[in-house]
Design a protein around this ligand. Structure first.
Ligand SMILES: [Zn+2]
Ligand SMILES: [Zn+2]
Length: 140
């Protein structure tokens, strides 16, 4: 009888170790999930080109944008990156690049901005769909 109890104890011990290692694996995966979750609010990740001038942005360079709600919609005003938007909060870079509307391709006037619809899906990367500039949005 005694050896049987021993086998049961050993088996349950192995089971416990397996469960613990599974839990540990899940924990180790979590930081990755969290960092990709952070990317959702980060439209301007370092490999994303500026939507207005197409410049591939370096780490730390950001597209100046403003998210706001209009009724049920989440909208975003896109002003441009430091290379194409002279009034960028981080300061302008030279040489200055031309801003073009991603939708109609026309050069954008000073003080103008592109409007985009923002799709925020829990657990997934934020999706931004450019609607256009004031010129092409009003002509539709
Ligand atoms: Zn730009
Ligand atoms: Zn346009």
């Amino acid at each position: 009888m005694f050896p049987e109890i021993l086998i049961i104890i050993i088996l349950s011990g192995i089971f416990l170790v397996l469960v613990l290692s599974l839990i540990r694996e899940k924990r180790q995966n979590r930081p990755e999930e969290e960092s990709s979750y952070l990317d959702e609010t980060d439209l301007e990740d370092d490999r994303t080109p500026c939507p207005l001038c197409g410049k591939k942005l370096h780490r730390g360079e950001r597209v100046h944008s403003q998210i706001y709600s209009k009724g049920e919609d989440r909208l975003m005003n896109i002003y441009g990156c430091p290379w194409c938007y002279p009034a960028h909060p981080a300061g302008a870079r030279k040489p200055e690049r031309e801003r073009r509307c991603p939708s109609c391709g026309l050069p954008m006037k000073e003080g103008s901005f592109a409007v985009a619809r923002v799709f925020e899906r829990p657990g997934r990367k934020m999706h931004v769909h450019v609607l256009g500039c004031p010129v092409c949005r009003n002509s539709r």
